[in-house]
Design a protein around this ligand. Structure first.
Ligand code: APR
Length: 363
């Protein structure tokens, strides 16, 4: 097979890139290790910044998002039992964020890809990348026991933190930066109305961090900071709701509607960046190149930002026969990524406590 851009990974980064390229008349094939159902079942982020909304709209995939997404014009920080509200449009020249689950974003992108008849190879085994510094790099994989290959002009590595793309850049050409935080986030998804339907609440309390977020008017996402040694089994729903209420101002806690969790997990928090994001004809985007702690809801938005820059660079290459976009992609994307890493680290420190109850680090 042959295509213009071979995309590894059908997460939000890979699917969005495919949609943006298609809009510009550029061909792509996506190769994904998992099944479509598995990709869709992963429960992840849910707050979209304008960069993500704009990318989805300009890719022609924003219809349901614009109808069903819930705009937030505020966020609230709670300290010492008091809520402090931040007016987002006032401080950002009119910007807002939108609550719309990543599962819905993925579904919209998958449906769009299928409706446009764009090729996606799910359940591709043993994906490997070759000839990356040549003009015709190659993706090899095995599908239903048969070895396959795709010749491409470019390969976009959108295969997340555990993917094969970043590892295909020689180790001596890569620089990796990692910070692991000494606590985790226990997250619960429940089909209950959100306590704060128009603003996320970040809670700082002596017991540790808490977060009230949402996916829709009937589905809430809540978190509490917990020791990394805790297991999900240690946390009954009842214990979770009690702990969440304890960490919030009394007037917020009393309004929380509880219900059975439909998902509960403990996520370790880390900050990670790999440089550069280009090697030959391979370009990394999204979690393949960087991870942020989920505190600032930046992971999905940063992936949208990478993919917007990468699609612009590739469109410029094909439409204008100019390469300054692709040559500058890594540097340009990393400039934004480091600023976002710093913001996410800072917000994590602002809200979290070490186990001895002291602030982790000043920021
Ligand atoms: N070959 C093919 N596909 C692979 C391989 C591989 N070797 N390894 C991983 N994948 C697939 C995964 O199965 C997954 O579907 O790549 C995809 C990567 O998707 P995500 O991990 O969601 O990464 P990304 O698209 O960059 O996500 C952007 O959304 O949920 C957040 O944490 C995520 O913040 C990140 C953002």
């Amino acid at each position: 097979m042959r295509t213009q851009v071979g995309i590894v990974g059908a997460g939000p980064a890979g699917l969005l890139l495919g949609a943006l390229l298609h809009k510009a008349g550029i061909e792509s094939i996506i190769v994904e290790r998992q099944s479509g159902e598995y990709v869709l079942s992963r429960i992840r982020a849910g707050i979209l910044e304008e960069i993500a909304v704009q990318a989805l709209v300009s890719a022609g995939v924003g219809e349901r998002l614009l109808k069903e997404g819930i705009r937030h014009e505020h966020l609230s920080l709670s300290f010492a039992g008091q809520l402090h509200t931040v007016d987002l449009p006032k401080l950002t020249g009119g910007k807002t964020v939108t609550a719309y689950g990543q599962t819905e974003v993925t579904k919209d992108l998958m449906d769009h890809r299928a409706a446009c008849g764009l090729p996606t190879v799910y359940e591709a085994k043993d994906v490997s990348l070759h000839d990356l510094t040549s003009a015709q790099p190659l993706i090899r994989y095995v599908k239903d026991g048969v070895a396959q290959e795709i010749r491409c002009d470019f390969i976009a590595g959108c295969d997340g933190f555990h993917g094969v793309s970043r590892q295909s850049i020689p180790a001596e050409k890569r620089q990796e930066f990692l910070r692991e935080y000494p606590f985790g986030w226990l997250g619960v998804l429940a089909d209950v109305p959100p306590v704060s339907p128009h603003a996320i609440i970040y809670g700082n309390s002596p017991e540790g961090f808490s977060l009230c977020s949402m996916r829709s008017m009937t589905r809430s996402r809540y978190y509490v900071q917990c020791p990394l040694s805790d297991k999900v089994e240690d946390w009954s729903d009842e214990r979770f709701w009690d702990e969440l209420r304890l960490r919030l101002p009394a007037h917020v806690a009393q309004d929380i509607i509880t219900g059975p969790s439909i998902e509960k997990s403990i996520a370790p928090l880390r900050s990670f960046v790999s440089e550069p994001m280009r090697w030959g004809q391979l370009f990394l985007a999204g979690d393949a190149a960087h991870i942020v702690p989920p505190t600032g809801a930046k992971g999905l938005n940063l992936a949208a930002s990478d993919v917007t820059m990468l699609s612009e660079a590739l469109i410029q290459h094909y439409a204008e026969k100019r390469n300054d976009g692709i040559d500058g992609y890594s540097q340009r994307a990393l400039r934004k990524i480091w600023r976002t890493e710093r913001f996410s680290w800072c917000l994590t420190n602002l809200d979290s406590r070490t186990q001895r109850g002291t602030k982790l680090v000043a920021c």
